[in-house]
Design a protein around this ligand. Structure first.
Ligand SMILES: [Zn+2]
Length: 58
């Protein structure tokens, strides 16, 4: 069981439990929700550059 930080909202994510993950440039990113995953996939460079920005608007 591992922990990761959701790059969109900054929440701790349990990597063995979350179904929300994506592969980007050879790195797997984990998310707390479908909304965070979608936000990241739409603009990954933004979140990688500026860091977590809180929960996306739903
Ligand atoms: Zn999140």
């Amino acid at each position: 069981m591992g922990r990761a930080v959701d790059p969109v909202c900054g929440m701790d994510v349990d990597t063995s439990r979350t179904p929300y993950k994506t592969l980007y440039k050879g790195v797997v990113y984990y998310f707390c929700s479908h909304h965070c995953k979608k936000a990241f996939e739409e603009n990954p460079e933004y979140y990688l550059r500026y860091g977590p920005r809180g929960m996306p608007k739903q």
